[in-house]
Design a protein around this ligand. Structure first.
Ligand code: GLY
Length: 436
């Protein structure tokens, strides 16, 4: 099977590593990719300024994207892909999976209409209401007056969300009314609706499910860390670390969420004539009133994927191909390795607001590294080219050993001004997470 992965982050490097491990894969490519993916999944075309031989000054792989769904489809066709796996949300929301399927190639990822589960929070709420899926009460505001009314109604802590895609920066949770209002006004000023929600207490969980539009197979749950600083302080980021499994989660969590969230959502999408195929990512809060959906995403999470995939024993390409071709009902149950995995993101100085790139990255070719914003020059030297530079993975028989393995490797990375959180998975490893 010839598999083409679209994207350039740590998630895509993790996907490439797992796909390369599947004996069914005969060729693997990643576009646009990064310095890590290029080693085992070179771009399927010569692209000026991308790939081996570029200099850090002339290239920034993290900002290049195939320009349109049609371009992705053309690349897949030109490379004779049997399966395309689309990593990020933006091409999915733009219709890349539709374009790939139109040229007759199997694609792991939802259609443009189904990807609206991530592309519009208002749409996702509508689907959840229709499907009876538990989530926070919410109001969509399109004017300043409606925003103020909604903030009055829900009260502090305020949860204010951009309705559309915002690369992890669309959500503000704050006790400060002025901050809540300012974020809502900024979203409105950008011409988008703003969603104001009830606050959900309790720890959050990321649960991924592979689906062909009918059958749903849940992966092992993970938890991610969105804020830049230790103790969940500072601004939101694309994600600073993750771990799996969750020793503190109720044992029946996955089976319960399958019944209350995943299957009803997939069934509702099918009933609407817009079946969701690909990866349904349920962001959940385990609240004092039970499990609630915080948000849906239409693709693998980053960096949770870097922690979940090392534990998956089932060959990944076969699983994703079965989902892409409507054969998931025939797929065997997923097999998992015992133990735990922890990933710690090493980010550029100034990330997330103003990342400084262009520094040499030492230790980047270690087996524990998942590359994100990196490029490689003609001498084989790796350079930082994006806000999140590396995602460092440690595995072990339990969370404590996996954590230690991850941080030992983090300490071997050389990135001037690099920043990382020192508390990824710490509370879980120390048994300090309690359910409300
Ligand atoms: N880890 C959050 C996300 O992938 O959106």
């Amino acid at each position: 099977m010839r598999v083409l992965v679209i994207g350039s982050g740590g998630r895509e490097h993790a996907l490439c590593i797992a796909l390369a491990d599947d004996p069914a894969v005969t060729a693997l490519a990643c576009a646009p990719g990064n310095a890590g993916t290029a080693v085992l999944a070179p771009p399927p075309y010569p692209v000026e300024g991308i790939g081996p031989g570029v200099t850090a000054e002339t290239s920034d792989a993290s900002t290049w994207q195939p320009r349109s769904p049609e371009q992705i489809a053309a690349v897949a066709l030109g490379w004779a892909a049997d399966l395309v796996v689309i990593g990020p949300e933006a091409p999915l929301v733009a219709g890349a999976a539709d374009a790939v399927r139109t040229v007759g190639i199997a694609c792991f990822g939802p259609s443009r209409e189904a990807a609206a589960l991530e592309g519009s929070k208002t749409f996702a709420k509508d689907v959840m209401t229709a499907a009876g899926v538990p989530t926070a009460a919410a109001v969509t505001a399109t004017s300043q007056a409606a925003l103020e009314t909604a903030l009055d109604r829900f009260g502090a802590p305020y949860v204010v969300k951009d309705d559309g895609l915002a690369a992890g920066k669309g959500v503000v949770v704050t006790a400060d009314r002025k901050v809540a209002t300012a974020h809502g006004e900024a979203v409105l000023a950008g011409g988008r609706p703003v969603v104001v929600e009830d606050y959900l207490d309790g720890p959050e969980v990321s649960l991924f499910a592979v689906t062909d539009g009918t059958t749903v197979l849940a992966l092992q749950p993970a938890q991610d860390f969105k804020r830049i600083g230790d103790g969940d302080t500072g601004p939101n980021t694309g994600g600073m670390g993750a771990y799996s499994p969750l020793p503190w989660a109720p044992p029946e969590l996955v089976s319960d969420v399958m019944v209350s969230v995943l299957q009803p959502t997939v069934d509702e999408m099918a009933q609407r004539g817009t079946p969701f195929t690909g990866l349904l990512y349920a962001g959940l809060a385990l609240t004092s009133r039970g499990v609630r959906v915080v948000e849906f995403n239409a693709r693998f999470g980053d960096p949770e994927t870097q922690a979940v995939l090392p534990l998956l024993a089932t060959p990944l390409a076969g699983l994703l191909h079965a989902a892409a071709t409507g054969r998931l009902a025939d797929h065997e149950p997923l097999q998992w390795r015992s133990g735990a995995a922890v990933t710690v993101v090493v980010a550029a100085p100034g990330y997330p607001d103003n990342p400084r790139t262009g520094q040499v990255v030492r230790g980047a070719d270690d087996i524990q590294m998942r590359h994100a914003g990196t490029v490689r020059d003609a001498d084989g030297q790796v350079w930082a080219a994006g806000g999140r530079v590396l995602s460092v993975v440690g595995t072990g028989p339990d969370l404590s050993t996996a954590r230690r393995a991850a941080y030992d490797a983090v300490h071997r990375v050389g990135l001037e001004g690099g920043q990382y959180r020192s508390d990824i998975a710490q509370a879980a490893a120390e048994g300090r997470i309690t359910l409300p």
